[in-house]
Structures are given as structure tokens and as C-alpha cells.
Design a protein around this ligand. Structure first.
Ligand SMILES: NC(=O)c1ccc[n+]([C@@H]2O[C@H](COP(=O)([O-])OP(=O)(O)OC[C@H]3O[C@@H](n4cnc5c(N)ncnc54)[C@H](OP(=O)(O)O)[C@@H]3O)[C@@H](O)[C@H]2O)c1
Length: 317
């Protein structure tokens, strides 16, 4: 699979990476409903077998569970993938999620992630959310310190605005930004992408299929029947009046995909990585079949006609 250099790092990463959010399983605030761990491990193995060379996870995904599953999946592999995780979302014994960019908290978080991932080093350590805003400098300095100590190899950001990126940049080089980017969420095109390109900062686009909405497999019936702990039901794009328009748009993607022997979801993913400011995209997958079902995106070349059809869609509702 095609690889690209991530920002100022020495990491050559495949254009698709494995996203482990849903692998965190059920029963927490931002869960995707129940998830079978064996399916998660099979998804990771299928992705790696197909040449994908990195996994993105976070401590908060399943309150430690996704990192444990990733650790278990890669433990005995002779060729290990690059491991990217995050900090700054913490939780208490009542499983309530909080935010912290305090130095001591980040150091504790890093140790816990290394233990759960069963790793000696984290390849990319990212501040998950720039919150609380006033502690960004303290958090970023803590990340830079962990890099100096060799606990993490490179440090990056996620969900940062340009002014927040600039504050971090003054203290230590930023390897990457991890923002949302897909056909329905394009806010970073105005400011973050030009800034990252100008500063040589890598971009890992998350939710390329709008968290499953653009796969071609999502229906109104499925959403209505989602388990109570699937947080996507609360997301406006999964609700009316946007939902009908979004599913109509998926039909356009399905038609484009059919011409290339690909699914609507693969068209959506391919669209994100054709943008030269995007280094790679993080694709969520819950089983081996889903992992295999997104691979076509890595080689799909959308035509000018495809792009014109996409840009011509009337997104009003
Ligand atoms: N930094 C952040 O704040 C942040 C935020 C969001 C995401 N992320 C990262 O980005 C990753 C990816 O984002 P995402 O998980 O939101 O979304 P995504 O890649 O847009 O969608 C993934 C979901 O689509 C469905 N799917 C995947 N492959 C499929 C296939 N072949 N056929 C049919 N359905 C398929 C699965 O859900 P269903 O089967 O349940 O429909 C899967 O969980 C996350 O795992 C995480 O690592 C980071």
C-alpha cells in the first residue's frame, strides 16, 4: 500500500490506518455499542496482512479497553505496526470522563498506555483535545519531555485550531494534526490544512466515512435499532433533517463507486486522501470483513467527473 512521510518524523505510513475507537466496546459515554474483542483482533490482523502499517487508538476508547485489545492483537507479531495513541482525556472510578493537560497527569497516562499496549515506546503521542485551553502549553511541554525521555517517538495534536497549533509550535515542533475530515465535515479546509501544509505538519484525517454514515451500509432502520449505548444516535448527521439528505448523498457515492468496482465508503475514503494536505486517513473497522471492505480506497483514483458530481451535490435540506 502507498506510504507517505508523516510531517517532520521519520515515519512512512500507509495512506490508510486502523482506527480503534469502536474497539473500545460498549457501556461508556462515547461507545459504539457492544463489540466482540475477537472481531477487533481479526480486523487488526486483516488490515496488517493487507499492508496497513499503523493503528490509532486512545486511552479513553472504552476507558482503557481499546488499548488493551490493540496490545493483545500485536503482542506476538514479528512485524509490529506503528502505534499511535493519545492523552488528555481521563476518567474516575465512576467511569466519568474528564479533561487534563496537567504535566503529572500526562506522565501517568503515558505509563498506563505503554502498559496496556504492552509496548516499550509509543510511535506518535497526540493531545486528544486541546482542553482546558489554558493548559495547552503545560500539556505540550509534558509531551515534549516524554519525547526527550524516549517514552514516545513523535508528538502530535488532535482537534487543534490554528491559534492553538501556533502556541504549541512555539514550544516544540508539531509532527501532526489529527482532525475530522470527510465529505460531510470539511471545516479544516479553510485554516488548518493550509497552515499544516505551510509548516510541514502531517495530517491524519479521522472519520473518513463520517463514522459509518457514508459506508453505504447505514440505513434509517439501522440507526433506529442501534443499541442504546451507540453514541452515534445523538450525532445530528445521523438525525433528521440531515439524515435523509446524507443518505441521498450516499446514493451518489454508491453510483460513483459502482463505476470503479468500489463501495460508497471506499469513495468517501479515497476522496479524503486525494487532498495533498492529507497525509493519511484513520479508518474505523470492527471485523475482518470491514477491514477488507475498505482497502479499495487506497488505490481508487477519482476522476474529474466524479469530483464534479460530488461537488455539485446540493447539501441544503
Ligand atoms: N481524535 C479524535 O477526536 C477522533 C475522533 C473520531 C475518530 N478518531 C479516530 O478515527 C478513527 C476512525 O473514525 P470513525 O471510527 O469515526 O469512523 P469511520 O472510519 O468514518 O467509520 C468507521 C465505521 O464504519 C463502519 N464500517 C467500516 N468499514 C466498513 C465496511 N467495509 N463496510 C460497512 N461498514 C463499515 C463501522 O461501523 P458500523 O459497522 O458500526 O457501522 C466502522 O466502525 C477512530 O477509530 C479513531 O481512531 C479520532
Amino acid at each position: 500500500m502507498q506510504k507517505r512521510r508523516l510531517g517532520n518524523s521519520d515515519l512512512d505510513i500507509t495512506v490508510l490506518g486502523v482506527g480503534a475507537w469502536a474497539m473500545g466496546g460498549g457501556d461508556w459515554k462515547f461507545s459504539w455499542g457492544p463489540q466482540n474483542d475477537s472481531d477487533s483482533v481479526a480486523a487488526i490482523h486483516a488490515a496488517l496482512d493487507a499492508g496497513i502499517n499503523w493503528i490509532d487508538t486512545a486511552p479513553v476508547y472504552g476507558l482503557g479497553h481499546a488499548e488493551e485489545v490493540v496490545g493483545r492483537a500485536v503482542k506476538d507479531l514479528s512485524l509490529k505496526p506503528l502505534l499511535f495513541t493519545k492523552c488528555a482525556r481521563v476518567w474516575n472510578e465512576r467511569r466519568e470522563i474528564g479533561r487534563s493537560l496537567k504535566r503529572d497527569s500526562i506522565i501517568r497516562e503515558c505509563e498506563a498506555s505503554l502498559r496496556r499496549l504492552q509496548a516499550d515506546v509509543i510511535d506518535l503521542y497526540q493531545i486528544h483535545w486541546p482542553e482546558p485551553d489554558e493548559d495547552i502549553e503545560e500539556g505540550w511541554e509534558a509531551c515534549a519531555r516524554l519525547k526527550e525521555q524516549g517514552k514516545v517517538r513523535w508528538i502530535g495534536t488532535s482537534n487543534f485550531s490554528v491559534s492553538q497549533l501556533e502556541r504549541a509550535w512555539k514550544l516544540a515542533p508539531v509532527t501532526s494534526l489529527q482532525p475530522p475530515y470527510n465529505l460531510l465535515v470539511r471545516g479544516i479546509e479553510q485554516e488548518q490544512l493550509p497552515w499544516c501544509q505551510a509548516h510541514g505538519v502531517g495530517v491524519l484525517a479521522y472519520s473518513p466515512m463520517r463514522s459509518g454514515l457514508l459506508t453505504g451500509k447505514m440505513t434509517k432502520e439501522r440507526i433506529a435499532a442501534m443499541p442504546a449505548d451507540d453514541h452515534r444516535q445523538r450525532v445530528p448527521d445521523f438525525q433528521e433533517p440531515r439524515l435523509s439528505r446524507n443518505l441521498e448523498f450516499v446514493e451518489l457515492l454508491r453510483g460513483i463507486g459502482a463505476k470503479h468496482g468500489c463501495s460508497a465508503g471506499e469513495v468517501a475514503i479515497a476522496w479524503t486522501i486525494r487532498n495533498p494536505s492529507i497525509t493519511a486517513t484513520i479508518v474505523g473497522m470492527r471485523n475482518a470483513a470491514q477491514a477488507k471492505g475498505v482497502l479499495g480506497a487506497a488505490t481508487l483514483s477519482l476522476t474529474n467527473e466524479d469530483i464534479a458530481a460530488i461537488e455539485g451535490f446540493d447539501f441544503r435540506y
